[in-house]
Design a protein around this ligand. Structure first.
Ligand code: KG4
Ligand code: ZN
Length: 408
């Protein structure tokens, strides 16, 4: 990402006009990359003046997945509502804002489009500076709104839409160590949960996310009952390469096959469902922690991390307490400090977009010179992929003792 001197000049002129030098700068953040319409106002110290989010989960439950056109139409209705709501909560006027920041990449095209059209109208109407934000960068930076975390630091993001291990080196400067090769973990938790709840009493078919249903079932299940193979650890040539990439669709097929077999044998009851959930969760978590472990070793070999490395764990799947425990175990072994932001900052939200915008505003970079011509980008890597260098190192993981008890 490159920013010209013009960015700084636009900002300077804007600040002079608004005479904002006396008060703390405020940024309005707008998020609509997928199925949540969210907004927040944050100040330069990370204080949240107002936040609001409208989930589309209920609407999409009816269609059994996120329908892009429905999502776009819901964003068109919801974005003005959440923005009005945060402005009310913050008790400010648009003229009090220093900038509007909007997630313009990556994400679902029609959802991004709805957010961008709305934001362009907003900044044109109120003559505000506009900062396009990368959704994944916002996830990576959020932690800095609540505590001092200096670059470089590692970020592990696991959610319904992504799975990524990266090294944050500076604003706009990220190295991708591992990326998702197929289905993201949250999507697979959701799919497995959808299949399992069919065989459970109605109280399990709640509006809560699939990941939470699996975690709740797994707590009472036997994680050793079904030894699903851990992704990317096999011995065929294609999967032997020792990378930090993530893959969950093979695991998903194994689990769905197991459910089908149990159903045919008429053995699907609450206990067998708990065992499947626990065994699936164990395999998914072991895969994530394996790839993370290799990434931390690689950074140490190449001297890429700080003397006391930091790992930030985020994304909706990071709400899983077994994952947190397992990641903490690896971090302790590798002398790495683990930071888990509070759950409401791990999932998609407006605060993270507002904060990312604020980080750029403080540096005086990233402000659009021509908001009218900003484009959204559904596919947009956060940085350079250095996975091939990791594979070349051929890092064999040292054994880590994990006590996967009967009930994990
Ligand atoms: O970051 P997020 O809110 O948004 C999207 O990526 O869309 O992540 C939502 C995902 C869902 O797939 C949900 O099933 C998963 O995070 N999730 C969990 C847990 N809580 C939410 N996965 C595993 N364990 C959990 N406790
Ligand atoms: Zn996200």
């Amino acid at each position: 990402m490159k920013y010209s001197i013009l960015s700084k000049r636009i900002l300077h002129e804007f600040n002079q006009i608004r005479n904002l030098s006396q008060s703390k700068r405020l940024v309005l953040g707008i998020e609509s990359t997928f199925d949540d319409s969210a907004a927040a106002v944050i100040d330069e110290d990370g204080k949240v003046l107002g936040e609001s989010i409208k989930s589309q989960m209920l609407e999409h439950k009816i269609t059994g997945g996120v329908h892009p056109v429905t999502a776009m139409k819901l964003h068109e209705v919801n974005l003005p509502l959440v923005v009005d709501d945060v402005m009310d909560k913050a008790g400010i006027d648009f003229q009090d804002l220093s900038a509007v920041a909007t997630a313009t990449q990556p994400g679902s095209a029609l959802s991004l489009q709805a957010g961008l059209i709305f934001s362009k109208q907003l900044v044109a109407k109120h003559r505000l500076p506009f900062i396009p934000v990368h959704h994944m960068e916002a996830h990576a930076l959020t932690v800095r709104s609540i505590e001092e975390v200096n670059f470089p630091f590692l970020v592990l993001l696991a959610s319904g839409g992504h799975c990524l291990l990266c090294l944050a080196q500076n604003l706009g400067n990220y190295k991708i160590l591992g990326q998702i090769l197929d289905e993201p973990p949250g999507a697979v938790f959701d799919k497995v949960a959808r299949e399992i709840v069919k065989y459970l009493p109605p109280e399990y078919c709640s509006t809560t996310s699939g990941g939470r249903i699996i975690e709740a079932l797994a707590k009472k299940g036997d994680s050793l009952k079904h030894p699903f193979s851990i992704p990317l650890t096999g011995h065929t040539k294609t999967v032997r390469s020792r990378s930090c990439n993530f893959s969950f669709s093979g695991l998903q097929s194994q689990v769905l096959r197991k459910i089908a077999i149990l159903r045919e044998r008429n053995e699907l009851d609450i206990v067998t469902c708990q065992d499947v959930a626990a065994s699936f969760q164990k395999a998914a978590i072991q895969h994530i922690t394996n790839q993370l472990h290799r990434g931390i070793i690689f950074c140490q070999i190449r001297n890429l991390s700080q003397p006391s490395p930091i790992l930030v764990l985020s994304g909706g799947v990071a709400a899983n307490s077994c994952l947190r425990e397992s990641v903490l175990n690896i971090c302790n072994k590798m002398n790495t400090k683990l930071i888990c932001p509070p759950i409401h900052l791990c999932t998609d939200n407006g605060i993270m977009i507002a904060w990312a915008g604020m980080e750029y505003l403080k540096q005086g970079i990233g402000i659009s010179e021509d908001p009218e011509n900003v484009r959204y980008e559904p596919r947009s890597p956060l940085g350079d992929y250095i996975g091939n260098e990791i594979i070349k190192e051929n890092i064999k993981l040292p054994k880590v003792k994990v006590s996967w008890k009967r009930h994990i």
